[in-house]
Design a binder for this molecule. Sequence first.
Ligand code: MG
Ligand code: MG
Length: 260
Amino acid sequence: MTSRSVIPIKNATEIEHMRQSGHALRSILDELRGMAQPGVTTREIDVRAGELIKAKGGKSPFLNYRGFPGNICVSVNEEVVHGIGGSRRIQYGDVVKIDAGLILNGWVSDSAITVPVGEIDPAVAKMLVASEESLMVGIAQARAGNRVHDISAAIEQYVVKRGYSVVREFVGHGVGRQLHEEPQVPNYGRAGTGAKLKAGMTICIEPMVNLGRPEVKILADGWTVVTTDGKPSCHVEHTVLITEDEPEILTCLGTTESKS
Ligand code: MG
Ligand code: MG
């Protein structure tokens, strides 16, 4: 029996599997990004994701997860996360959050992008930049010897300082053989607390940033998380490897090359 508090450490072979999963997922997300266009339904993006995942020889870790009906999550504007592909048509000016995962050779990667459709509200465009920056600020804290909430605190401070709020009900997580492993990686918290990070840990860091209030609720479909005030939200995510040195973004192509 494994204790709930055990954070798996991956060996070199396992890390290479995680890297391959992450790089394949990146190419899938890059293709899906181009699909977020006016008139396209969120279901069409989900269906294409299913095809791309299959073409890689992989599986979706989201499909049937606790009954989730989609290959990926597609969430628009006030929808924060866990949107189910359906008949909603993307409109000019929307922000579309595409959250995808891949199981390749038994190893899971997980990454999300927020795509602006055409010219979006400048306030939302600014928040999107801040969200992406907060992810990088969080990743910079993902170092051996640091603690989990060093990541959390860095993200929260970056976001709140700019006048936005972070969602508290949903958090980042360890990832590997399973989609959700220890530890939880909140987007808020106190620096210097939480589990100590060690080389070989793989975690998903995923700020969910709201333009208005932090509160969210779940729609009647049982999945879609929306902001309570109806204001837009951004969500970005990477799967990250803790090393003795710089963190490696596994869901980013060329990270290892650029380090040389
Ligand atoms: Mg995700
Ligand atoms: Mg995740």
